[in-house]
Design a protein. Structure first.
Length: 302
């Protein structure tokens, strides 16, 4: 019922509107809560042609505008997709957050992010000629955790997902259909540890799984072989950070699980050096933004 109401509001809000190339800051009412997002339209957008859409979800305490610093608009212009950077909700007036499934707070105060994305997709489809078989979600940290949840709960509308420094925060992984997934994670990540939260550390607000458990869950969900193809990558930046690509597949319906293990890497987006030492080392030998789009291009919805 809520999704239908949001869809109706979205249609009314965008009726007769045309958004040209460039950045647009937009808002959407979700159950009397105003939600906001940035949308970037590439110069080559043609309303007569179905166009891919890629969501980029920020991490805890960030916002959609900050995700654009990872080169998403430039990639959208180059590849011809519509880039959407939504804003999480301000939790307790302190920090922006996504309801990724692992929040240990009362359900009554959790943001309805599934309703938000359902309504946002409806609004985008009412505004643009969206290719329904090429809608993708990529996320960083808490945004990556949200991408996992969206891939599971909205697998009928999302073709594939990608995560950077974000593991599963939901208890089970049972999408309606196999969902291809690309993951990046540093072995020295100080905020989302590679092996999960330390057992002697109480996680008061957010719980999440280890990288290994996350890979196992998606490998089973997609029906991929348990043993990956392992490919060490060259250290192009000569920075002493070893990257190993592990590919599980093919799975059901051509799905696959691809993992870039970054030895010594921190809580960072590969290819973008934000120069914040407390986040750890950034791998500059690969570009997560480029690799994410290459992966998405290979995986339209069957």
């Amino acid at each position: 019922m809520l999704a239908s109401a949001i869809h109706f509001v979205a249609i009314l809000a965008v009726a007769g509107q045309t958004l040209g190339p460039g950045d647009h800051f937009r808002s959407l009412d979700v159950d009397s809560v105003q939600r906001t997002y940035w949308v970037h339209v590439p110069p080559a957008y043609d309303a007569k042609k179905p166009t891919p859409v890629v969501f980029f979800l920020h991490g805890l305490g960030m916002n959609g505008k900050m995700m654009r610093s990872f080169g998403v608009a430039q990639k959208a212009d180059q590849a011809g997709f519509i880039a959407v950077c939504p804003d999480g909700i301000n939790f307790a007036g302190v920090v922006t957050v996504w309801n990724c499934g692992g929040m240990k707070i009362d359900d009554a105060v959790k943001p309805d992010d599934i309703g938000f994305f359902t309504g946002l997709l409806d609004e985008l489809e009412a505004t643009f000629n969206v290719d329904g078989k090429r809608v993708y979600v990529a996320g960083l940290s808490n945004g990556g955790m949200m991408a996992h949840r969206l891939g599971m709960e909205l697998s009928d509308r999302i073709a594939a997902i990608a995560t950077v420094a974000g593991t599963l925060a939901i208890e089970s992984c049972e999408p309606k259909r196999p969902v291809p997934i690309l993951l990046f994670h540093g072995t020295a990540d100080p905020l989302v540890p590679f092996f999960g939260p330390p057992r002697d550390q109480l996680v008061e607000v957010l719980v999440f799984k280890s990288v290994g458990d996350t890979l196992d869950a998606w490998q089973r969900a997609d029906g991929c072989p348990p043993e990956p193809k392992v490919e060490p990558l060259p250290d192009k930046a000569q920075e002493g950070i070893k990257v190993v690509k592990k590919s599980f597949g093919p799975g059901r319906n051509g799905s696959e699980v691809v993992f870039y293990e970054i030895e010594g890497g921190g809580h960072t987006w590969p290819g973008v050096d934000v120069k914040l030492p407390f986040l750890g080392k950034t791998c500059m030998s690969i570009s997560a933004t480029d690799l994410i789009w290459e992966f998405f291009e290979r995986h339209p919805m069957p």
